[in-house]
Design a protein around this ligand. Structure first.
Ligand code: COI
Length: 359
């Protein structure tokens, strides 16, 4: 993929960059936004020319449908800089496919590829100096797509807006992460919107996650809504369980409509297959993991997501059972994290074509 622009973007550059006043020394995820953003409107059945302009507040009427019915989907992506100062994206085609899969489920019109891919390319080129270069740092890219019609009838909107902003980012989690298996609340059901990156899917975790935090756990792992028997995903990432030397992860669409098909998850599955790590993508019973833990066979749990990257979990709670998960010597989490980051930061050849140069 190249920056061969198929769309004429209107580009209004910022008069004075905010960069000299930006403090990169203590990056807190998603708090600081770079100079520019993209806005593209869908009005009367037509996409309008996208505009790249200074990051700014936009006004909406209280009747805008997104406020009432949550007709909103989003994406999470990152731009990385290598030692020579070149910028790269990681599998942007996957995010493009997924945002339109999410949009379809929420009854929203598809976003043109040129707006999304070329829009992000253009934004990253303009704000390349905002890509931080410390270990594990990157420029987080957040496309969000919302219903903008001013009407409160519960029906699909007639107008929509795609906005893309970028934010210099370090680690998503600053400390150790312990998880609690959630056995009361649910995130998704069969045939629901669980596989979509719908805004409300994330709001659904806030209340149970706050409760878990009060008990000392930073994240919950959802279980299926019908029986609370199978492990699904965590609040901000997909999950992997290592029992002995076998890796397990739950299936996503088409096998399950409840779980987000994560790009990091998909990359790990591919890397496992190509590096002779036994992996099973199948429903995982909570009891299977707890029994393995009791027998000493549960070696590792880790999360996988764009924001979280590959995140080892250090403790697991289920009902009255708790176990620490001490770091393994030959940790799979470290293995996958290094493999993926080496590709993202252009430290190794990329046999998969996952890394896309922004130039
Ligand atoms: C991401 O990993 O990019 C996500 O969108 C998860 C979000 C809750 C931070």
């Amino acid at each position: 993929m190249t920056a061969d622009l198929k769309t004429n973007f209107i580009i209004e550059k910022i008069k004075e960059s905010k960069l000299p006043n930006a403090d990169f020394s203590n990056l807190i995820f998603g708090r600081m936004f770079s100079d520019h953003m993209l806005v593209a409107d869908f009005i009367d059945g037509q996409w309008q020319t996208p505009k790249i302009m200074p990051y700014q507040a936009l006004t909406y009427e209280p009747s805008a449908k997104v406020f009432h019915y949550g007709q909103a989907v989003f994406e999470g992506m990152k731009a990385y800089k290598d030692a020579q100062g070149n910028a790269f994206l990681f599998r942007p085609d996957e995010n493009f496919k997924r945002i339109n899969q999410s949009a379809e489920r929420l009854g929203m019109p598809p976003i043109p590829e040129a707006y999304f891919i070329d829009g992000i390319t253009e934004l990253v080129k303009l704000d390349k100096d905002w890509i931080p270069t410390g270990p594990g740092e990157s420029l987080y890219i957040r496309p969000v797509y919302i219903a903008t019609e001013n009407a409160v009838a519960a029906s699909p909107s007639s107008s929509y807006r795609l906005m893309i902003m970028t934010s210099p980012a370090g680690k998503y989690y600053s400390g150790d992460v312990k998880v609690k298996i959630e056995d009361r609340f649910s995130r998704a059901c069969d045939g629901g919107v669980g596989y979509a990156k719908a805004a409300g899917n994330y709001a659904a975790q806030f209340y149970p996650t706050e409760k878990a935090k009060a008990e000392g756990f930073q994240q919950i792992i959802w279980t299926d809504s019908a029986q609370h028997k199978y492990l699904e995903e965590a609040g901000t990432m997909n999950m992997f369980f290592r029992i002995g030397d076998k890796l397990l992860t739950a299936p996503t669409i088409p096998e399950s409509t409840r779980i987000l098909p994560g790009v990091t998850r998909k990359s790990i599955i591919q890397l496992a297959k190509d590096n002779n790590i036994a992996i099973e993508v199948r429903p995982i019973e909570v009891n299977e993991v707890i029994e393995a833990s009791k027998k000493g066979d549960l070696k590792e749990i880790f999360g996988a997501g764009t924001a979280a990257t590959v995140l080892p979990i250090v403790g697991l709670k289920y009902k009255d059972y708790y176990t620490d998960l001490p770091k393994q010597e030959n940790s799979y989490a470290d293995f996958f994290k290094n493999k993926i980051m080496d590709i993202q930061y252009n430290r190794v050849e990329d046999p998969y074509g996952w890394r896309v140069k922004v130039d």
